[in-house]
Design a protein around this ligand. Structure first.
Ligand SMILES: [Zn+2]
Length: 92
């Protein structure tokens, strides 16, 4: 598998570290009592049969955080974005 970093171009998988599901959002602090929202955030993840957004780190390159959209059936990379750009869109 090869990932095209927006800063460095196409690179081998060994240059990157996988850091999990990019679709989960940390809940706001709601106090000392655990909530269902926190339980879902900590323990439960979707396992889609198709495209999935993942967080990757370009460890042996530019050290950028990336959001990679990957088809979990074929491992085809469908898109790569800088995580910073994704975060800016979420906050807009
Ligand atoms: Zn890079």
């Amino acid at each position: 598998m090869r990932i095209t970093c927006p800063h460095c171009g196409e690179r081998g998988l060994q240059e990157f570290l996988y850091h999990g599901d990019a679709t989960v959002m940390r809940p706001r602090d709601g106090g000392a009592e655990p909530t269902q929202e926190w339980t879902d955030y900590v323990y439960f993840r979707d396992n889609p049969n198709g495209a999935h957004r993942e967080l990757w780190y370009h460890n042996a390159g530019c050290h950028a955080w990336l959001v990679v959209t990957r088809d979990l059936r074929s491992h085809e990379i469908l898109g790569v974005e800088a995580a910073h750009d994704v975060a800016l869109r979420r906050s807009a």
